[in-house]
Design a protein around this ligand. Structure first.
Ligand code: FES
Ligand SMILES: [Fe+2]
Length: 348
């Protein structure tokens, strides 16, 4: 693909970069024996938890005549289409065609399957790229993998392209304006500049004149098996044990105009009693406040026109936004070039 084919690059960016693990559902929403339909990166998927408790994921499409597998039945570890009973395993191989003896479909790898892992209440699915067809080890940030942290996973569908959510994440200056009336986010000075701290895995964008007062910096990790953010919210003593709260957001594109956010709220509370106190406090009062903040972001982003990024006047505070866009653009170009080179090799 020539590097100047900007519309293909935009399309790839709009639908989602490949070669990452994305979260597609909360674990609790994949109930034993009940198929779940989800959409991610423009692909209809079916998730199901087999009788062994393992979650599997296929394209939501029966290879016989195209019925939705999510409308089917879980059958042991496998899934059966409701229409004529064709049964597939988690690798997308047809294991039985009950209506027809020795059917040629049996044993055929007929539907695309996706690697699945469950961690900290989330169901992660790997979307392969040509460069990385096999899933890399899913290494999660310490706030989600260290047992001294405790977290809550909030999720919601948002009617905007996922890139607006990422832009919002690397824009710490919006906090003091958009969230000025909230629990902690209205504190501090309104005028500031921002700076970037480069990291191997991505970058941090932070306010220059203010630290540890508010939502004063955010980090984005783009180099690795999963793209995620990190935000720190300093908490007053009234917010219970554990010091600052970390937010670890992952945004999964659904299609070009919608996405699903997965935000872990996490605190470092090693002591079991303090941990229970924090969990109780979160459920009893803080959770409502978090949703209030998230709703402010959602309403703002959903109301922006889908073409807004083509008609902007960025200023100094948008350093993070432009840095992230450059990184993602480069990744999209690389992916399309690798795909073009690979299909050219196949054609030869
Ligand atoms: S369409 Fe699924 S079994 Fe026929
Ligand atoms: Fe926000």
């Amino acid at each position: 693909m020539p590097a100047h084919d900007a519309s293909a690059v935009e399309q790839r960016l709009d639908s989602g970069l490949l070669g990452y693990w994305y979260v597609v559902a909360k674990s609790v929403d994949v109930k034993l024996g009940v198929p779940l339909s989800v959409k991610a990166l423009g692909i209809d998927l079916v998730l199901w938890r087999g009788d062994d408790g393992t979650v599997r994921c296929l394209e939501d499409y029966c290879p016989h005549r195209g019925a939705r597998l999510s409308f089917g039945r879980v059958s042991g570890p496998d899934i059966s289409c409701r229409y004529h009973g064709v049964t597939l395993n988690g690798a997308g191989v047809v294991v039985s065609v009950p209506g027809m003896a020795q059917c040629a479909l049996e044993g055929r790898s007929a539907v695309r399957s996706f690697p699945v892992q469950e961690h900290v209440d989330g169901v992660f699915v790997y979307f392969a790229s040509v460069k990385n067809p096999n899933p890399p080890e899913l290494v999660l940030p310490k706030e989600l993998s260290d047992s001294e942290y405790t977290s809550f996973l909030c999720t919601a569908p948002w009617d905007c392209n996922y890139r607006y959510v990422l832009d919002n994440l690397v824009d710490p200056m919006h906090g003091i304006f958009l969230h000025a009336d909230t629990f902690t986010l209205g504190r501090g000075v309104k005028q500031d500049t921002v700076e970037i701290v480069e990291k191997e895995s991505g970058f941090i964008v932070k306010r220059v004149a203010q630290q540890d007062v508010n939502f004063d910096w955010s980090e984005i990790v783009v180099e690795g098996p999963v793209m995620f953010g990190r935000v720190i919210i300093p908490y007053p003593p009234a917010a219970g044990p554990g010091g600052a709260m970390f937010v670890i957001p992952i945004v999964t594109p659904i299609n070009e105009t919608s996405c699903r956010i997965f935000f872990w709220r996490t605190r470092h509370v090693a002591d079991p009693i303090a941990r229970e106190a924090w969990r109780f406090l979160f459920r009893a009062s803080l959770e409502k406040r978090h949703w209030y903040v998230l709703e402010q972001d959602r309403e703002m982003l959903e109301r922006m026109p889908t073409t807004a990024r083509h008609r902007e006047s960025l200023y100094q505070h948008d350093l993070g936004v432009s840095r992230l866009r450059r990184i993602m653009y480069r990744k999209a170009v690389e992916q399309l070039e690798t795909e073009a080179a690979s299909s050219a090799r196949v054609a030869v």
